[in-house]
Design a protein around this ligand. Structure first.
Ligand SMILES: Nc1ncnc2c1ncn2[C@@H]1O[C@H](COP(=O)(O)OP(=O)(O)OP(=O)(O)O)[C@@H](O)[C@H]1O
Length: 333
């Protein structure tokens, strides 16, 4: 078993862990993420507030909240931070982030003053139409794109470039070097980052391959794997490094519907064991509701924060209602 990503809570007890089913989201993240901070956006602060309150109102209390956090959503927000406990620092804080691309003499604005926080152990989803800047936000968090405005903080420290503390899994199946075996694909970043020597890296890689159900394919090459298997290798490779954040950019979008669903379930099962902090990009409302504790909805190009929803512990009816609200928001943009 690898070291747990720094600062994460231990695995949940069975009473903390809710069943994984299509009608209830899996276990909750550490308590700070239970705070149902729900933001909305737009230029008008009053409208933002209205949207936030409105977006929250019809959703009854999630059935799976721990008994220590009773009450209305507003009550929970207050109780999530008892007065004698220091507030938990976000793992990721994106503050007023504007991103631009230079194309010759022109500048293309991808996102405009986007704000959000992701707490340790939380699964946070960026959702929006094609071209709204989801991937650009992920690139900025990964340190591959510098802000024109605002900043990205990881555990309170400004991000200035890429690092092994933020590992990414992309949609494309060609993200694995084809000349390396599956085992070496997972082991390589561990040696390259000087975390482990070769023997221990391979040992660790083997354990991760077991966790993603690919132990029997250790000596195979990427071209001998299906798309879903390649994504499992990419996930194992990323998590083997115990990153502070796992960044996923539509990782299952190129898979058929059944495999995509299975991969979502596997990701959630893995999260239940490892409690990694996840920033997940998708344009599928269904996937966002399935994967996310919280969902940030972005407006069309250039992306601005439209609203933020707490999607934890919803039953099938609540989930459907939230899906409809999000769909309405996306279409009215
Ligand atoms: N390398 C680039 N050069 C110029 N413009 C770019 C570049 N990458 C993205 N953009 C522009 O930035 C905007 C946001 O793109 P981005 O890929 O972040 O959106 P997205 O929400 O991830 O879209 P999709 O869901 O289609 O992947 C788009 O208008 C896009 O054309």
């Amino acid at each position: 078993m690898s070291a747990r990503p720094e600062g994460l809570a231990p695995p949940p007890t069975s009473s903390q862990s809710s069943p994984q089913s299509s009608s209830a989201s899996p276990s909750s993240p550490p308590s700070p993420a239970l705070s149902p901070s729900l933001r909305s956006a737009g230029e008008d602060p009053a409208a933002r507030l209205r949207l936030a309150v409105d977006a929250r109102r019809p959703l009854p209390l999630p059935a799976t909240l721990p008994a220590s956090l009773p009450g209305t959503p507003h009550d929970r927000e207050a109780e999530a931070t008892p007065p004698d406990t220091a507030p938990v620092q976000p793992r990721l804080s994106v503050q007023g982030l504007s991103l631009d691309y230079r194309v010759g003499p022109r500048s293309i604005r991808a996102t405009h003053r986007v704000d959000f926080d992701v707490m340790p152990g939380e699964r946070f989803v960026l959702l929006g139409a094609s071209g709204c800047g989801k991937s650009s936000l992920l690139k900025a968090v990964g340190g591959f794109l510098s802000p024109s405005e605002g900043r990205v903080l990881l555990d309170g420290q400004a991000v200035h470039g890429p690092g092994p503390d933020r590992m990414a899994v992309f949609q494309e199946f060609d993200q694995l070097p084809p000349w390396k075996t599956v085992l070496d694909n997972v082991a390589f970043p561990l040696t390259a980052s000087r975390k482990l020597d070769k023997t221990r890296a391979r040992e660790q890689a083997r354990q991760w391959l077991e966790r993603v159900g690919l132990a029997a394919f250790a000596t195979a090459y990427p071209h001998q794997l299906s798309g879903g298997m390649k994504q499992r290798v990419a996930i194992a490779r990323a998590l083997a490094l115990s990153p502070r954040m796992l960044l996923m950019d539509e990782p299952f979008a190129a898979l058929d519907a059944l495999t995509r669903r299975r991969m979502q379930e596997e990701l959630l099962a893995l999260w239940d064991q490892e409690r990694f902090t996840l920033l997940f990009v998708t344009h599928s409302i269904e996937e966002a509701l399935h994967v996310g504790h919280r969902i940030l909805v972005l407006s069309p190009h250039p992306g601005r924060v439209r609203a933020e929803f707490n999607a934890q512990g919803l039953d099938a009816v609540q989930r459907q209602a939230l899906g409809q609200r999000i769909e309405a928001l996306l279409f009215e943009s």
